[in-house]
Design a protein around this ligand. Structure first.
Ligand code: AMP
Length: 438
């Protein structure tokens, strides 16, 4: 009998992965591909352009890393003597250095049984070591846009051999004002390439970017647009602004709060919360743009190792971080952009884990919470703590609407945009011998 495989029964063995890649997946301890991996891996292996609508925590990084590693080792780049040549064939652009470091780690993890070389390129650290690594030869460059342009202008790296471009967290890159840098970079790389774009949300600016940089993309979506990770339990605590500190301390007394990520809107806010927690004898560290790379790495390591229980961060510092095992996310301030709410709580409920996401809402933040509820298409339960609630019984509930995916992108998803055979040869299976091409 020809049984249809359900999501849970699909195994990595069904995905046509090379033994080297499968071996690394087994080492990582994964048994089943996540939904985004099930959808994205076969398409990326086939060389298709892809729009992945998925937030962090869905396994999207492996969703693009695994097929890229596989395609690279399937068509090794060699010189006239058959010796491996390392030239950038893959470029991954990320909004933050933390995410770049994480994607680099992912390539090391899944490429451990190959001789692929990966180099992370981001600001805030010395440029010389990066220049040296680039000059020594590299297959995969994982970079933030500003520092990469710096290297390109110095002539440290060229992308004549580029085959794959990945734009990770495209919405955040645009939010951070990287559009001009992206344009300059993309103008300097080959037009015939595979492009994969990942984004948690699809505002019109990201759609425009996709139209400009991608060719007949397939859209792969996990959950509804802007849907928050479904394993997360949400709650809103109504509380006057001046009582947020004491409510936080109260909540942190719960024994199940063993690894808590607290978000504040500003750097000073983060520092203030840390000082207050320390005064109360709770070990906490701040993570924001004013901290050096070393300090951020140390904070993250201590948090992961369980040495500090509470990490207090701003959005920029935390975006896309892989901090496994977070038990709770607390939005000390309500994020101004509803999308940031989705990203923040993407920290908890990662892959199969569950988590709680609490949001402190002062009276001036009610409308922002409602905007979030409209975006995620669900109403968040209010938890009233006696002595803290400022009285929300009069808070009229708004109808909650979820927006359908935009018509343009839906159309792109439904067209059969597979490149024809000749085109595919030209784009993805160029002769890999450097000597032959020269
Ligand atoms: P990402 O969404 O790429 O940030 O990944 C979220 C987390 O899920 C990371 O900690 C990954 O190591 C983990 N992960 C990725 N793929 C799988 C899988 N197939 N099974 C279990 N965990 C996974």
């Amino acid at each position: 009998m020809n049984e249809q495989k359900t999501e849970a029964t699909v195994s990595f063995l069904d995905l046509d992965l090379a033994p080297e890649v499968l071996h690394a997946v087994r080492d990582a301890g994964y048994t089943h591909p996540t939904p985004i991996q099930q959808q994205a891996i076969p398409l990326a292996l086939a060389g298709r352009d892809l729009i992945g609508l998925a937030q962090t925590g869905t396994g999207k990084t492996a969703g693009f890393t695994l097929p890229i590693v596989q395609n690279l080792i399937g068509t090794p780049l060699v010189d006239a003597n058959g010796e491996p040549v390392h030239r950038p064939r893959v470029l991954i652009l990320t909004p933050t250095r933390e995410l770049a470091a994480q994607v680099e780690e992912s390539f090391r993890k899944y490429g451990k049984y190959t001789s692929l070389r990966v180099v992370p390129i981001y600001g805030g650290v010395g440029i010389e070591a990066q220049s040296k690594a680039l000059r020594r030869g590299v297959d995969v460059v994982v970079a933030t846009p500003g520092r990469l342009l710096d290297h390109m202008e110095r002539g440290n790296v060229g992308f004549d051999d580029l085959e794959v471009l990945v734009l990770d967290e495209a919405d955040r890159m645009l939010d951070m004002g990287f559009a001009p840098q992206l344009n300059r970079i993309v103008n300097d790389i080959p037009r015939y390439r595979q492009t994969l774009l990942f984004s948690a949300t699809m505002p019109p600016e990201v759609e425009a970017l996709a139209r400009k940089y991608l060719r007949k993309p397939v859209v792969v979506q996990v959950g509804r647009r802007s849907e928050a990770a479904s394993t997360v339990t949400h709650a809103v605590y109504p509380v006057p602004r001046e009582r947020k500190n004491t409510l936080l301390v109260e909540l942190l007394k719960k024994p199940e709060m063993d690894s808590v990520l607290v978000f504040t809107r500003t750097k000073h806010g983060a520092d203030r919360v840390v000082r207050h927690l320390e005064d109360e004898g709770i070990a906490a560290t701040a993570m924001h743009a004013d901290k050096s790379q070393g300090e951020r790495t140390r904070a993250l390591d201590d948090f992961k190792a369980g040495k500090i229980r509470v990490l207090v961060a701003t959005d920029i510092a935390q975006r896309g971080l892989d901090v496994s095992g977070i038990s709770h996310v607390i939005n000390y301030d309500v994020p101004r952009q509803p999308e940031d709410y989705v990203h923040r709580i993407g920290r908890t409920g990662r892959a199969a884990a569950t988590g709680d996401a609490y949001t402190f809402m002062s009276p001036d933040e009610i409308s922002m919470v409602r905007a979030i509820e409209r975006t995620i298409g669900q109403q968040i339960p209010r938890i009233s703590v006696p002595g803290y609630d400022f009285g929300t019984t009069s808070e009229a509930s708004l109808p909650v609407v979820s927006e359908p995916i935009s018509a343009d992108i839906a159309r792109a998803a439904s067209t059969n945009g597979a490149p024809d055979q000749a085109e595919k040869q030209r784009r993805y299976r160029r002769p890999r011998s450097v000597a032959r091409r020269r």
